[in-house]
Design a protein around this ligand. Structure first.
Ligand SMILES: [Zn+2]
Length: 405
């Protein structure tokens, strides 16, 4: 019976002295099984009790609609050896594996809360309502640190970095494991130093594993990545290269619309060539005849799209070179400006063809994050948003206390 009780309530660490039900709260009085503790100053095992401390109330678990609260009797021990040396008192208090230091909840409770936050079953929601918001926040802060992130058990060979917007102007970097399709972290702001801190604190072993890092075409984090992950190749995301092309076409199109008072539908230029219907093609031909600079930009965009489909790295690189040569001969300023960007990013664009790494997964995460933001009550606080959002992606098993499993 005693054993059954201990297993049911996960009290392996304790001797149970008493239990009583008060309303919906089950109070269990326990004391540690250990005889002593290691002195925190000299490390010797000490078992001379200095005094018994007042029992500490610890939230322990939900059980069949009841809240199980432990009354933990702990002791303060006294070290003779240390006192002999410096004539001062050396006190060490009981340490418990299942209760974090200075916390009023146990790991069992923390795990139950995490499971509850990860699922949406009615029962757990009801249980969650009974635990205070500040305790949940405290547990979340303990379990999820955006600067540490949650690393999968498998080796991460491709890292994705792409920002998503949080409340209008604020951009938050999303960091993903492209190789295993997992979210690793969401950082609290997009400053270079923030990304730097994350990369610096990355586990050494993970740094070794990473072959490539996929980013968009901005230099903001470029040097930081080069420095922190010197072995990794930087890959510019294909989607962003095409998006940049569309942006350039759109800029020129807008200027022409204003100066010539004409209407040039954006969709005609954004659409991939193969998706254009007969009418689209006629319209596009007419426009392109009148505005050859627009035509040139559009043709080079289509050429890049074609190059991205080449499954062979050598052939792709050759085609890219020949496109660069053609662009150099172009008389248009907009082409020359674009060419500068393409040359500057040439290595990173071509690095795509080594492993065909894209930020497609990261983009997908960012889209889901938008839904999470919409569904949840606004999220004024960035830290809460980050932790709850990460919880929605990370398998709960990675967050549970390993001691208990
Ligand atoms: Zn000692």
């Amino acid at each position: 019976m005693q054993n059954c009780f201990i297993n049911l309530f996960k009290l392996q660490e304790f001797h149970v002295e008493n239990s009583e039900l008060k309303g919906k709260t089950m109070l269990i009085t326990v004391r540690p099984k250990t005889k002593g503790v290691r002195c925190r100053d000299c490390g010797r095992y000490i078992s001379t009790v200095n005094r018994y401390l007042a029992p500490k109330k610890v939230k322990h678990m939900f059980w069949q609609g009841n809240m199980v609260v432990l009354l933990v009797k702990t002791r303060a021990f006294f070290c003779w050896q240390c006192q002999k040396k410096d004539k001062r008192r050396h006190i060490t208090v009981d340490r418990l594996k299942s209760i974090p230091l200075k916390k009023n909840y146990s790991l069992v409770y923390a795990d139950q809360i995490m499971r509850g936050l990860g699922s949406t079953s009615f029962k757990t929601q009801q249980e969650l309502a009974e635990s205070s918001f500040s305790t949940i926040q405290c547990i979340l802060n303990d379990k999820i640190d955006p600067f540490i992130g949650v690393w999968p058990e498998e080796a991460v060979t491709s890292l994705g970095l792409d920002c998503h917007s949080f409340s209008g102007q604020k951009m938050l970097p999303t960091i993903t494991d492209i190789s295993n399709h997992k979210l690793i972290s969401i950082l609290p702001d997009d400053r270079r130093t923030t990304v730097e801190k994350f990369l610096e604190e990355m586990p050494e072993i993970q740094k070794e594993n990473i072959d490539d890092v996929c980013i968009d075409m901005s230099r903001q984090y470029y040097q930081t990545i080069k420095r922190e992950l010197p072995k990794a190749k930087i890959v510019v995301d294909a989607f962003h290269v095409i998006a940049d092309a569309n942006k350039r076409i759109s800029e020129l199109r807008t200027i022409i619309q204003k100066t010539d008072k004409v209407k040039l539908p954006r969709l005609l230029f954004d659409k991939p060539k193969e998706h254009l219907n007969a009418n689209d093609r006629v319209a596009l031909n007419e426009i392109n005849k009148a505005y050859p600079e627009l035509l040139a930009l559009w043709q080079f965009k289509e050429e890049i799209r074609r190059i991205y489909k080449i499954p062979n790295s050598t052939l792709a690189k050759m085609s890219f070179d020949s496109m660069i040569k053609k662009m150099k001969l172009s008389e248009y300023q907009s082409v020359q400006q674009w060419l500068k960007t393409l040359i500057r990013w040439q290595n990173e664009i071509l690095a795509y063809f080594d492993n065909f790494t894209t930020n497609g997964y990261t983009e997908g995460v960012n889209t889901k994050l938008k839904t999470i933001k919409r569904l949840s009550y606004g999220f004024r606080n960035i830290d809460n948003y980050i932790r709850k959002a990460m919880l929605a992606f990370i398998p709960i098993s990675l967050l549970l206390s390993h001691y208990l499993t």
